[in-house]
Design a protein. Structure first.
Length: 250
């Protein structure tokens, strides 16, 4: 009787291990080929994405490269089932200077484009991108004081519109040389123009190879103001930004 009981317990443990293994395999497949969760740790994409946003990135949008898999194993080069990104997409990519760190920015320049910033205005192939002042972006600092930041609506040639911030007139990145995007590469910029290390800074990001694209940001599934971590569910009622949950990223 004791041996039968031990055998039953051993079988149950084995079944539990197999179930966990199957679940991990399914999660890995979903993460590698369909959707991967990311959280926003910096303010470079404010006001589109806020610190504390959690979002899903579609891995299939641009096809698959080695960077689609965890730890970017060097098992093949290029992309499989490649699909070209569109100007204005919000993209997660591996930073070209280390091929390891995940960055998220907006795709501004396609291969062959000429990009320049002049007096805070974005120029694309010699033409100024329309920039219209809208209501200020309002936030509070760590001391609770209200900060108002000039906010603008930009519209790209393909009709994609989005908002940008301009914390500082004539900031370090408000006037640049002309960048010519090489074949097979893309030019990325943060919507928070004065607080974004992006393709305007070659030593940090520079031009992003097609192979380095991880996926397209799709939808925010959770958002907290920073006063609680994702797993601190008992603090959610006071920290969750309810109005951002299930918001599409555009």
């Amino acid at each position: 009787m004791s041996e039968q009981a031990n055998t039953g317990r051993g079988g149950a443990i084995g079944e539990n291990i197999r179930t966990i293994g199957y679940a991990l395999l399914i999660a890995l497949i979903i993460r590698a080929f369909f959707f991967q969760p990311f959280n926003i740790p910096s303010s470079s994409m404010v006001p589109t994405l806020l610190v504390g946003d959690y979002l899903f990135v579609s891995k299939y949008s641009y096809g698959y490269s080695k960077h689609s898999l965890p730890f970017s194993p060097p098992i093949f080069d290029g992309r499989i089932l490649a699909r070209q990104p569109h100007r204005g997409d919000v993209v997660v990519f591996k930073k070209p200077t280390d091929n390891r760190t995940d960055f998220i920015k907006r795709l501004i320049g396609l291969p062959g484009d000429r990009i320049q910033m002049k007096d805070g205005v974005l120029y694309l192939n010699g033409t100024a991108v329309p920039k219209v002042r809208i209501e200020d972006f309002v936030e509070r600092d760590e001391f609770g004081s209200v900060i108002r930041v000039p906010q603008y609506r930009e519209t790209l040639p393909n009709g994609v519109t989005y908002t940008t911030l301009d914390f500082q007139q004539n900031g370090d990145l408000d006037n640049t040389d002309v960048y010519v995007v090489p074949p097979g590469h893309y030019f990325m910029m943060g919507d928070n123009r004065d607080n974004s290390m992006d393709s305007r800074v070659p030593s940090v990001v520079g031009y992003v190879p097609f192979e380095n694209l991880v996926g397209k940001a799709e939808i925010i599934f959770f958002s907290t103001d920073g006063s609680a971590h994702f797993w601190e569910f008992w603090r959610w009622p006071s920290s969750i930004r309810w109005n951002r949950i299930f918001m599409w990223v555009d």
